[in-house]
Design a protein around this ligand. Structure first.
Ligand SMILES: Nc1ncnc2c1ncn2[C@@H]1O[C@H](COP(=O)(O)OP(=O)(O)O)[C@@H](O)[C@H]1O
Ligand SMILES: [Mg+2]
Length: 433
C-alpha cells in the first residue's frame, strides 16, 4: 500500500463513510454513544492503512483488536441486551480484517477471539433474563457464520497474496536477467574491441621485431669493435643494446597477448590454482606487508580450465591488488565459492583488496591493452585476464563499490564454468578454508 493512497480520500473510503452514515441514521438514532462509536469506526478505517505502514509487525494485530473492542462497544449500546443487538454483524469487520492480514490459523484464532467477545455478552444477559427457546442455536448460527466468512475471505486473500508475490518474483527475475544481459553485452563489446586491436597490432609488432633484431645485432658488433678504442661509443652502443632488449621483450609480450590462445581445458581445482598464484606473487613481493585472507568454500567441484592460463589470470589480478596496496600495505581477501551465471553452474572467485579502488570513469578502460596508471606498468595484465577468461567461456566483472561503505578497494569477480561432469574432488574434501 502506498503512502499516496492513504493521504487522499479514495472513493472506497467515501463509500465506507456512506455506509456508516446509513447505520447512524437507523435506530437507535438518539443514542449518542452509538453515533460516537460509529464515528470512531469511520475514523479508524481511514487511519488504519497508516497504522499498518508505521508498525508493519504489530499494527495489523492492533487494528483487529481495536475493531473487536469497537464492535463490542457498539453492540452494548444498540440493544437492551448486547447479545440481542441487531448490530452484531459489526463483528464481521474485525474478522474480515484478520482474514485479509493473517494466515489461516491466525485468522481462526482471531475469529475465535471475536466470537468469544461477542459470546461474552451472554453472561450478563443470563443474570437478568431467562434463556429464550432456540437462543443458543441462534447464537451458534451467528458464530458459525463468523467462521465461514473468515475462511472464505482468507482463502481469497491468500490466493491474492500468492499471485502478488509471484508477480513480484517474476519482475525481480526479469530485472536480474536484464542486468545480466547488459553485462554480457558489455563483455561482448570488450571482447570485440580486444580482438580487433589484437589483430591490428599483432601485424605491427611482427614487423617491428625484425628490424629490432638487426639493430640489436649491429649494436653488439659495434660494441665489440670499439670496446677499447672509444669508451664513449661503446657506452652508447651498450645503451642501444639494452633498450632494444627492452623493446623486444615488450613486443614479445604483446605478441603473446595478440596470438590466439590455445587452451587445453581439463578438470582442475580452482582453489589450488589460486593458492599457487598467491604464493608466486607473494614470493616476488618486496613492499609493505599485505595480509591475505582466504575464504574458500570446501568440497568445491572442479572447473574446466587450462591450468597454466588460469594461474596467469590470478597472478595478474593478485599482482594488481598487491600493486594497489604498495603504499602502506593492506588486506587482500580472496573468496572462492560455487556460483552460477543463468543456468550455468561454475566457480566464482572474488579478489578484493583494500587499496584505493578504481574510479568509475576508468572501469571500462582498465581492460584495454596498454592502459596503465603505473609508472612502470605495461597495461597488458587485465586485457590478458579478460582474454583468457573469455576463452574459458567465463566472465570477469569489476564490482561497484561506492566509497563510504567501509571498503574502498577494487573487487573483481571471476566466473569459471564447471567441468562437464563435475566431480567432488577427494583431495578437496580435506581442504581447509
Ligand atoms: N586492484 C586494483 N586496484 C586499483 N587499480 C587497479 C587494480 N587492478 C587494476 N587497476 C588499474 O588498472 C590498470 C591496468 O591494469 P593492468 O592491465 O594489469 O596493467 P598494469 O598492471 O601493467 O598497469 C592499472 O594500471 C590500474 O590503474
Ligand atoms: Mg597488472
Amino acid at each position: 500500500m502506498s503512502a499516496e493512497r492513504h493521504s487522499k480520500l479514495g472513493w472506497m473510503d467515501l463509500l465506507w463513510l456512506l455506509f456508516l452514515l446509513g447505520l447512524a441514521l437507523l435506530p437507535p438514532v438518539r443514542e449518542i454513544h452509538k453515533q460516537m462509536i460509529l464515528l470512531a469506526i469511520g475514523v479508524f478505517q481511514l487511519l488504519e492503512g497508516r497504522l499498518v505502514e508505521r508498525l508493519p509487525k504489530r499494527g495489523q494485530s492492533y487494528a483487529v483488536l481495536l475493531k473487536i473492542l469497537l464492535a463490542m462497544l457498539l453492540i452494548s449500546h444498540t440493544g437492551e441486551v448486547g447479545i440481542n443487538s441487531s448490530y452484531y454483524p459489526i463483528f464481521y469487520l474485525p474478522i474480515v480484517t484478520a482474514a485479509v492480514y493473517f494466515d489461516a490459523w491466525l485468522t481462526l484464532a482471531w475469529t475465535l477471539i471475536a466470537s468469544a467477545a461477542y459470546g461474552s455478552y451472554l453472561l450478563p444477559a443470563l443474570q437478568e433474563y431467562e434463556l429464550a427457546p432456540g437462543a443458543i442455536e441462534e447464537l451458534a448460527l451467528r458464530i458459525l457464520f463468523f467462521f465461514l466468512a473468515a475462511m472464505v475471505v482468507n482463502r481469497f486473500a491468500t490466493e491474492n497474496n500468492r499471485q502478488t508475490r509471484r508477480y513480484q518474483m517474476l519482475a525481480e527475475q526479469l530485472a536480474k536477467t536484464n542486468r545480466e544481459l547488459e553485462q554480457a553485452q558489455a563483455e561482448a563489446r570488450r571482447s570485440e574491441r580486444l580482438a580487433a586491436l589484437g589483430q591490428l597490432s599483432a601485424g605491427l609488432a611482427h614487423e617491428i621485431r625484425n628490424p629490432l633484431g638487426i639493430i640489436k645485432g649491429s649494436a653488439e658488433i659495434l660494441n665489440q669493435r670499439v670496446q677499447t678504442a672509444e669508451p664513449l661509443a661503446a657506452e652508447l652502443a651498450g645503451y642501444i643494446s639494452t633498450e632494444v632488449n627492452r623493446l623486444s621483450a615488450l613486443v614479445s609480450r604483446f605478441l603473446d597477448f595478440a596470438r590466439p590462445l590455445r587452451i587445453e581445458t581439463r578438470a582442475c581445482s580452482v582453489p589450488e590454482i589460486v593458492d599457487r598464484a598467491l604464493r608466486a606473487v607473494a614470493a616476488n613481493w618486496s613492499g609493505p606487508e599485505i595480509k591475505v585472507e582466504r575464504h574458500f568454500q570446501r568440497d568445491l567441484p572442479y572447473a574446466a580450465v587450462d591450468e597454466n592460463l588460469c594461474e596467469q589470470v590470478f597472478v595478474n589480478l593478485v599482482q594488481n591488488a598487491y600493486d594497489a596496496m604498495s603504499e602502506s600495505g593492506g588486506r587482500l581477501r580472496i573468496s572462492i565459492a560455487l556460483g552460477a551465471r543463468g543456468e550455468r553452474p561454475g566457480i566464482e572467485v572474488r579478489v578484493i583488496d583494500s587499496g584505493p579502488g578504481i574510479r568509475a570513469e576508468l572501469r571500462e578502460q582498465i581492460f584495454n591493452p596498454f592502459f596503465t596508471t603505473k609508472k612502470s606498468g605495461v597495461g597488458l595484465g587485465l586485457s590478458i585476464v579478460s582474454k583468457i577468461v573469455d576463452e574459458h567461456r567465463g566472465s570477469i566483472e569489476l564490482l561497484d563499490r561506492p566509497p563510504g561503505r567501509g571498503e574502498s578497494g577494487a573487487c573483481f569477480v571471476i566466473f569459471l564454468p564447471l567441468a562437464e561432469q563435475a566431480v567432488i574432488p577427494e583431495a578437496e574434501a580435506a581442504y581447509k578454508a
